[in-house]
Design a protein around this ligand. Structure first.
Ligand code: HEC
Ligand code: HEC
Length: 319
C-alpha cells in the first residue's frame, strides 16, 4: 500500500512539474587527471560498496580486491536488500559503454544512460555536489581498472520501493545536481573540508538523520542517526556537547588518521572502512574535514526515544 504522506508528496511533486535542472554540461575539452581520480575514488569510498565482499556473506565488511569493482555486496535497508552493481569497464555487465557524461549524470542526477532512475542507496544525494573535473577524473581512473564480468542478483525490495519510476519524485525532492560552491566568508581550509564532507566523502549519508522518505534532514545535518546495523546510534559530528564538542580539531584529525578516538576507543562498524580511506588522504585534507566539522552549527543528538517515536510514526504511516 502506498502510504498517505508519500502519496501527498507524490502529488505535490507532480503538480510542481518535477522541475529539474538541465543536464550537466560535459567538460568535453578537459583532459582528466587520473591521479586525482584515484584520490577521489579513495575519498569517495567507492570500493567499500562496489568491490565484492571477501567471503560468501554478502554484507561482510572486508573486500576481496579494492580494484575489482564487480559488485555483489548487499546492503540491507528498511526498504529491502540492495545488491551493489558492477562498475568495472566490462561492456556487458559493467559500465564499459558509459560515456563520461553518462557517468556524470548518474553521479549528479541519479539516472543511468537508459534514463533509468537509480536508488539513493547509491549515495548520489551527496555525490551530486562533486565538481565536474573531479567526476571526469574519477571516470578516467575507473576506466583504468580491470574489466571483469559478473552476475549481480536483482534488488529484493518491497512494494512500492521496487518501482524505479517512483524515484523520479525522490530525485525531485532531494536532488538539485548543484556543484558545491565555496562560501567566500569561510577559509579555504573550511571550504575544502565542506566539499569533502558534503560531496565525495558523503559523511552525512550515515551521520545525518533521515526523514520518512529517506532523505537527509539538512536542518539536523551530521547530528547523528539511528544505526542501520541496529547497534546504538551513529554519533553526532556537530560541535554540540552531545557531539564532538569536547574534541579538538587535532583529536578529529588524529581519529581520522589512526582510527582512535580521544578516549582510546577504536572506530568500528561501518566507520572502520571510512577511516581507512581517510588515513590515505593528505594530512591537509584531514585537517580540512576537522576544521569544517568544528565550523558547523552545534545540534543536539536526538535521544533514542526520538528514534522510537520516528519508527512508531513510520509504522502508523504504513498501516
Ligand atoms: C553505500 C554504498 C555505495 C557507495 C559508497 C557507492 N555506491 Fe555506487 N551504487 C551503489 C548501489 C546500491 C547502486 C545501485 C543503484 C540502483 O540499482 O539503482 C550503485 C550504482 C552505481 C552506479 C550505476 C551503475 C549502473 O549500472 O547503473 C555507478 C556508476 C556507481 N554506483 C558509481 C559509484 C562510484 C564512482 C562511487 C564512489 C564515488 C560509488 N558508486 C560509491 C552503492 C554505492
Ligand atoms: C558508512 C557509514 C559512515 C560514513 C559514510 C561515515 N561514518 Fe563516521 N561513523 C560511522 C559509525 C557507525 C560510527 C561509530 C563507530 C563506532 O561506534 O565504533 C562513526 C563514528 C565516527 C566518529 C567518532 C565519533 C565519536 O563520537 O566517537 C567520527 C569522528 C566520524 N565517524 C567521522 C566521520 C567523517 C568525518 C565522515 C566522512 C568523511 C564519516 N564519519 C563518514 C559511520 C559512518
Amino acid at each position: 500500500m502506498m502510504t498517505r504522506p508519500l502519496f501527498a508528496i507524490l502529488t505535490i511533486a507532480w503538480l510542481s512539474g518535477g522541475a529539474f535542472p538541465a543536464a550537466a554540461a560535459e567538460p568535453s575539452t578537459y583532459t582528466p587527471d587520473v591521479k586525482n581520480g584515484a584520490y577521489i575514488f579513495t575519498a569517495g569510498g567507492c570500493a567499500s560498496c562496489h568491490a565484492a565482499p571477501a567471503t560468501d556473506k554478502c554484507d561482510g565488511s572486508r573486500s576481496k580486491d579494492e580494484r575489482e569493482l564487480v559488485g555483489g555486496r548487499c546492503l540491507k535497508t528498511d526498504f529491502g536488500t540492495f545488491y551493489v552493481p558492477n562498475i568495472t569497464p566490462d561492456k556487458e555487465t559493467g559500465i564499459g559503454k558509459w560515456s563520461r557524461n553518462d557517468f556524470i549524470k548518474a553521479m549528479k542526477k541519479g539516472v543511468s544512460p537508459g534514463r533509468e532512475n537509480l536508488y539513493p542507496a547509491f549515495p548520489y544525494a551527496s555525490y551530486q555536489h562533486m565538481t565536474l573535473t573531479d567526476l571526469a577524473d574519477l571516470k578516467a581512473f575507473l576506466d583504468t581498472l580491470p574489466a571483469i564480468a559478473s552476475n549481480v542478483p536483482k534488488h529484493e525490495l518491497s512494494f512500492p520501493y521496487n518501482i524505479r519510476a517512483g524515484l523520479s519524485v525522490w530525485r525531485g525532492l532531494y536532488l538539485d545536481g548543484r556543484t558545491f560552491k565555496p562560501d567566500p566568508a569561510k577559509s579555504e581550509l573550511v571550504n575544502r573540508g565542506a566539499y569533502l564532507v558534503e560531496g565525495p566523502s558523503h559523511c552525512g549519508e550515515c551521520h545525518t538523520p533521515r526523514d520518512r522518505l529517506g532523505g537527509m534532514i539538512q536542518a539536523k545535518k551530521l547530528s547523528g542517526a539511528p544505526n542501520p546495523d541496529g547497534k546504538g546510534r551513529i554519533p553526532n559530528l556537530t560541535p554540540h556537547e552531545t557531539g564532538l564538542g569536547k574534541w579538538s580539531e587535532k583529536d578529529i584529525v588524529y581519529a581520522l588518521e589512526t582510527g582512535l578516538t580521544p578516549d582510546g576507543d577504536a572506530m568500528g562498524g561501518t566507520m572502520a572502512k571510512v577511516q581507512q580511506n581517510m588515513a590515505k588522504l593528505t594530512a591537509r585534507d584531514r585537517e580540512a574535514i576537522a576544521a569544517y566539522l568544528k565550523s558547523i552549527p552545534p545540534v543536539a543528538s536526538a535521544k533514542p526515544d526520538d528514534d522510537k517515536k520516528e519508527s512508531a510514526e513510520k509504522e502508523k504511516a504504513t498501516e
